[in-house]
Structure formats: C-alpha cells, structure tokens
Write a protein that binds this ligand. Structure first.
Ligand code: COA
Length: 328
C-alpha cells in the first residue's frame, strides 16, 4: 500500500487537570496584580496547579482516558510521544514513566520539545510513523507542570501559566482523517521566550536559581505579534491544502495563551467567534497541553460530529508553530 493511500485519524482523546485551582484573586495576594488586569489583558480567570502530582501523573491520566475513548488497551499502543517542556526529569523521558504507569510494555516511548506547539509536532510524527508502516496506534500526549518553572515573584509571567495534560490516540485507518498539516520553526527568535537555566549551558546552581534563571522569561508583546501572524498563516494554509473554505469549518481549536490572540486570529481567518474554542479562562496557558485539552473538551461538548472539519492551530517558543485540518 502506498503512503498516500493510508489514512490516519484520531481514534480517541482524553485530558487530566489537577484539582487545585488558583484564581486571579489568589494571585493578587502574591504579586501586584488584579483580576481586572489579568482578565482584560489575557482572558484568564483561573488556572490549575499540580500539587502532589508529577507531570507524568497528569500525562498518564490523560493517556488512560484517551485509550478508553478510543476503546483500546495499553497493549495496543506502539509508540508513546510526550510533548513537554517541563519533564519529570531531564533523563529519562517523561514518556518512559508514562509507559510504565500505563503498562504499555510494547510501546517505544520518547519526549519531544517544541514548547506550546509540541502536541501538533507529535501528531505529525505519529502520522508519519503510521504512514511509514512502523506503528498502527500512537498515543500522543501534551503535558506540562509549568508551576514548577514559574517565577512566582514575576507578575508579567506567573499569571499566565497553568498545569494539565491532554492526549489523543492516533491510529491507522478509522472514519476520520488528518487531511493537511503545516509545521514550522524560526530559531532566530529563541531569546523572546525561554527558560534560560537548567540546561547544560546554564546548569542548575544555587546562584542561577537565585538569579531567577530557572524560570520562564518572555517578551510578551513580541511573542504576541509573532503568534498572531504565524497561527493565521498556518491555519489558512491547511484550510487551503485540505480544499476547504472557512465556512466549511465546524470548530477552530487554537493554542490557549491569550484571548486577544485568539480573537485576532478569528478575525484574520474570517470565521465566526462562536466556532473558536476557548477554555483558557479556566486553565490559563498550559503550553503543549493546551490544544490537547481543548480538543478533548470540545469533542466531549459535541462542538463537532463525525464527518465535520476542524482546524487545530498552535504557536510556541522556538519559535514553533503548526496547524492541522482534520475530518472528524
Ligand atoms: N498585573 C498588573 N500589571 C501588569 C501585569 C500583571 N500581571 N503584568 C504586566 N503588568 C504591567 C506592566 O508592568 C506594564 O506596566 P507599565 O506600562 O507601567 O510598564 C503594563 O502592565 C503593560 O504591560 P505589557 O507587557 O505591555 O502588557 P500587554 O498588553 O502586552 O500584555 C501579555 C502582556 C503577556 C499578557 C501579552 O503581551 C501576551 O499575552 N503576550 C503573548 C504571550 C504568549 O502568547 N505567550 C505564550 C506563547 S506560547
């Protein structure tokens, strides 16, 4: 069978959010901010914080739910790909912990690092592996424990992020199909969004931690501009590649970073705001997990049905971006 005739679909989705909620009012007790500022500038009202839970616990919870939704067993999975920038440990991969917790003994397991775009990077890898004949079912998981990498004294970043995980089983065949994917990286802009410390270039030392180097640094307005442009271009491109019109799309599921970014994209794509899924008010920006959680929630809320077309679109540090047009 040629690669072109193999179709690849999403067989099931899942998500896992920690119970602890941190509201804007709670944050106003920690840093000089207000519910009014956070709501008007970002749309975020609250976020979840993983207390007593690891990233791999969240990822395992989301993965287990995706398997149930796909009516598959852990033993059916050939690969587990965890997209994360907040791994349990630098070595081994978070995916290795997840493989063991799920009991998916047949699966090879590895992490990828593409920041907030990681889930769609993982989807592309899964699709390629299936089309190449090296896998039939791939569990992809976007999972983050960003609360461990936030500087809780920096009001310009700590209000933005949250913890959580989302997952999907990507399978050979099925009723739906991934129709088109657009994916890109611009490594000339690494400075505008990064965690400078903790890697081999700036190992974790007491002084680095003291200087706040082990937490997220961001030039918000620069990131904002790139995010709008890249997501608009990527989404338009997959809509065109899949031979669709904006009016054919039942649901757009964007990365959940800022409601103003989402609104700007809706306008530029010429789609009705009502078909653009938003849950960042409840979870904030959960990086690689965000679009995965949103996909799972949109699916469970019947925002689209079998045969409908949806578009996923993401953007993150790297810079990285991606979009996928999918027939459900
Ligand atoms: N509470 C109150 N005031 C705050 C604040 C907070 N939490 N954070 C920043 N401010 C202040 C700033 O200090 C600044 O004050 P000044 O004018 O006295 O200097 C003012 O608010 C405006 O800050 P600015 O950074 O210009 O705000 P903004 O409108 O650009 O919004 C972001 C900031 C971060 C919300 C916005 O730029 C953004 O969302 N960027 C993209 C982020 C993103 O998508 N990241 C992830 C990509 S994956």
């Amino acid at each position: 069978m040629s690669h072109e005739s193999i179709t690849v679909s999403i067989a099931g989705t899942g998500s896992c959010l920690p119970d602890k909620t941190l509201t804007n009012a709670d944050l106003a007790k920690i840093v000089d901010t207000s519910d009014e500022w956070i709501t008007t500038r970002t749309g975020i009202k609250e976020r979840r914080i993983a207390e007593g839970m690891s990233n791999s616990d969240l990822a395992t919870g989301a993965g287990r739910q995706a398997l149930e939704n796909a009516k598959l067993e852990a033993s059916d999975i050939d690969q587990i790909i965890v997209a994360t920038v907040t791994p349990d440990t630098l070595m081994p991969s978070t995916a290795a912990y997840v493989q063991h917790k799920l009991g998916a003994t047949k699966a090879i397991a590895y992490d990828i690092s593409a920041a907030c775009s990681g889930f769609l990077y993982a989807m592309q890898l899964a699709e390629n592996a299936i089309k190449a004949g090296s896998a039939e079912n791939v569990l992809i998981i976007g999972s983050e424990k960003l609360s461990s990498f936030v500087d809780w004294n920096d009001r310009t970043t700590c209000v933005l992020f949250g913890d959580g995980a989302g997952a999907a089983v990507i399978s050979k065949g099925g009723e739906g199909a991934i129709l088109a994917t657009e994916i890109g990286t611009d490594g000339s802009q690494t400075e505008i969004l990064k965690i400078p410390g903790g890697g081999s270039n700036c190992p974790t030392t007491a002084s680095n931690i003291g200087d706040g180097l082990a937490s997220i640094k961001m030039e918000g307005q620069e990131v904002f501009k790139h995010a709008v442009n890249r997501m608009k271009t990527a989404a338009n491109s997959v809509i065109e590649k899949a031979n669709l019109q904006p009016s054919d799309i039942a649901q757009v599921i964007p990365h959940q970073a800022n409601l103003r970014i989402i609104d700007a994209i809706s306008k530029r794509l010429d789609v009705d705001k009502d078909i653009v899924f938003v849950n960042l008010d409840r979870y904030g920006n959960t990086s690689a997990a965000a679009v995965a959680i949103a996909l799972d929630e949109a699916q469970r809320a019947d925002k689209f049905k079998r045969g409908d077309h949806i578009v996923l679109v993401v953007f993150g540090a790297g810079l990285t971006w991606a979009a996928s047009a999918i027939r459900w």
